[in-house]
Structure formats: structure tokens, C-alpha cells
Write a protein that binds this ligand. Structure first.
Ligand SMILES: C[S@@+](CC[C@H](N)C(=O)[O-])C[C@H]1O[C@@H](n2cnc3c(N)ncnc32)[C@H](O)[C@@H]1O
Length: 325
């Protein structure tokens, strides 16, 4: 069965597209390339889809090594008239560039008596290369690219809000959750100091009933259980019991640590503080020692662990502290 079209989708959505089209009784095959599939069959019909980004009709396919003969036989079959252009899209590794191939093929077609016109052509020889396979078509000058704009729009949105982290900070809190899952069970109220743009509160709001986010800066995330207090922590007073305090402010280590003190009475005994120490350049040891000495002066706080997370910078350490009395 021949290839009728190449279809593209957002990388990662190949399975969804495959299922969607199989349910429409279409024959779809994967290619070795992310985001590219093939439609097989006898006749190409209009396809309604939620996942296709672009559909490229194919008239002839074969091995890349036979590309010249394939083009000559397609031209013979279709016998197009007028001036032409060759356009090549290449995926994979090759010893030539797309432009070099366009020129080489252009010369061969030229030898048949056709004239090249890059701007005002009458037909386009479209060449799609997937490593050692080639998919060819001749498009009339009036052919319009088949692009599913609505799909691109909504799938890009998914990318932004669900797949990609909001920032590097989001990875830090996710790593902490993996390492210390017990800290994040049964959370009613969490207080996050230095929240903007919102990577931590985004994740915390999935774990807790309510998250207070203290930061004079803007949050990029809005949810009904995130309460943004748009002030510096020094000006904030909270009148509720807390199950967790987190602090990722970009201040000098002791200055940042002292912000937590304002809310210590609110933290329930047995609950935790997660604090990112952001040391001055090349002073991790010194700054950490200062903070640990300071921590020692609290009878009701106990250091659980100092960790260097994968997503910490070289000057960052994450401290897990427990309120014990
Ligand atoms: C590295 S960012 C925090 C990133 C955040 N954890 C996230 O997940 O997106 C540091 C934040 O600390 C905030 N900050 C600095 N000093 C502060 C203070 N005194 N009170 C509250 N927030 C402060 C800054 O405005 C900045 O947005």
C-alpha cells in the first residue's frame, strides 16, 4: 500500500494521533522521526483531526539513492507545464544540504527543458526526506499548504501549562517532593515566601488545600487556592496555622532565613520548613555554616538534611528543617 501523505504533530502526541486516525479507519504508520507519521492507502481524502499540525500529500516514494529517477518518472507521469521550483525538507543526517539537493535536482529538471523560477513558478517539486527515504509530489502554484491551525494553537497551550515547567525553580520543588514525599501529605495550609513567578506555588497548590504566596512580584499562575500577598514578607502577618513553610527568596542566606522566623509560631509542631540557601559566589561553606549556627539557637528547630538538588545551582543548597517543639 502506498504512502498518501506525511502528517506532522507535536512531538509526544504521535500515539494520540495514531489512535485518533485508526478510529477513523485510516491506516497510519510511525516513522523514525518524532512528530511525523505516514498515512497509507489508495486514495487521500479530507481528514478531520484534533492532532494533525500539517498534512503533506505524497505522490511518489522510494529510496533516497533513487531520487533522480523517481523525480524523472513523476514528471513524466504528471507532465506539468510551465516554470518550476524545487523545495526540499530534510530530516536526518546527510552529507549534503537541502539547498545543494534543490540545485542538483533543479539542474536535472532543467535538462528536460523546464525553466526554473523561484518566485513565479507554475509548479513546485516538493521533496520530503526522512533519512534514507524520499517522498515526492508536484504541487500546482495554487496549491495551499494543509495546515491545521487550530490544533497548533491548542496543543501549544498544553505545552505551556502542563508539560514544560514554569521555571527551573519548579524542578527544585518537584525533586524535593520525590525525595521527601511524607512532607507533602495531608497539607491544609502552606506558606511560600518569595513565590514569583510561581513554579513552587504551582506545584504546592496541587498538594495543599490553600497556599499563601508572598512576593511583591507578579505570579504567572492563578488558581483559586493560591492567595497571592503582593508584599515583602517583612510586612506580612498571618493568622492561621501552617502545615509547611517554604522559602526560595533571592536574598542573602541569613536575611532570607530570618523571614521564616516571622511565621514560626504559625507552624504546627512536627511540620517542616523547606529553605533554599543561596550562597554568595564561592562562599557556600561559609554561608551554610552561618545559617546552621543561627539555626542552632532555636530549641524548637531541628535540621533534617542539607541537600544539593540536581536543579540547584552550584551556589544553592536546600535545607529541610523540622519544628520539634
Ligand atoms: C528565585 S525567585 C523565586 C522563584 C519561585 N520559588 C518560583 O518557584 O517561581 C525569588 C523571589 O524572591 C522574592 N523576594 C525577594 N525578597 C523578598 C521578600 N523580602 N519578601 C518576599 N519575596 C521576596 C523576589 O521578588 C523573587 O520573586
Amino acid at each position: 500500500m502506498k504512502t498518501l501523505a506525511l502528517i506532522t504533530t507535536k512531538p509526544g502526541f504521535e500515539d494520540k494521533l495514531m489512535r485518533e486516525l485508526k478510529n477513523k479507519n485510516l491506516i497510519v504508520k510511525y516513522t523514525p522521526f518524532r512528530g511525523i507519521l505516514k498515512i497509507k492507502g489508495d486514495e487521500l481524502k479530507e481528514i478531520d483531526s484534533k492532532y494533525i499540525f500539517k498534512l503533506i500529500p505524497v505522490e511518489k516514494e522510494g529510496d533516497l539513492k533513487d531520487i533522480e529517477n523517481l523525480i524523472l518518472s513523476l514528471i513524466k507521469e504528471k507532465n506539468p507545464k510551465g516554470r518550476f521550483v524545487v523545495r526540499c525538507n530534510r530530516r536526518g543526517r546527510h552529507s549534503f544540504t537541502s539547498e545543494e539537493l534543490e540545485r542538483r535536482l533543479g539542474k536535472i529538471i532543467n535538462e528536460l527543458g523546464y525553466k526554473v523560477d523561484l518566485e513565479n513558478y507554475d509548479f513546485k517539486v516538493n521533496v520530503e526526506i526522512l533519512q534514507d527515504k524520499v517522498y515526492l509530489s508536484i504541487f500546482d502554484k495554487n496549491f495551499k499548504e494543509i495546515v491545521y491551525k487550530e490544533n497548533i494553537k491548542w496543543l501549544e497551550k498544553i505545552n505551556k501549562y502542563k508539560v514544560r515547567p514554569l521555571n527551573r525553580a519548579e524542578n527544585k520543588i518537584r525533586e524535593i517532593i520525590k525525595k521527601f514525599p511524607y512532607i507533602f501529605t495531608n497539607l491544609d495550609i502552606v506558606l511560600d515566601i518569595g513565590s514569583a513567578p510561581g513554579g513552587w506555588v504551582k506545584v504546592l497548590s496541587e498538594k495543599a488545600k490553600k497556599v499563601y504566596a508572598i512576593d511583591p512580584g507578579e505570579l504567572k499562575i492563578k488558581k483559586s487556592n493560591i492567595i497571592h500577598i503582593k508584599k515583602r514578607a517583612e510586612e506580612v502577618y498571618i493568622n492561621e496555622s501552617l502545615d509547611l513553610i517554604t522559602n526560595d527568596t533571592n536574598l542573602y542566606p541569613l536575611e532570607s532565613f530570618k523571614l521564616i522566623e516571622r511565621f514560626l509560631d504559625n507552624l504546627k509542631v512536627g511540620k517542616f520548613i523547606i529553605y533554599t540557601l543561596k550562597a554568595e559566589d564561592n562562599k557556600v561553606k561559609e554561608n551554610l555554616r552561618d545559617v546552621l549556627n543561627y539555626l542552632d539557637s532555636f530549641d524548637n528547630l531541628e535540621l533534617v538534611k542539607v541537600i544539593k538538588l540536581k536543579s540547584n545551582t552550584k551556589n544553592e543548597r536546600t535545607l529541610i528543617i523540622k519544628k520539634v517543639g
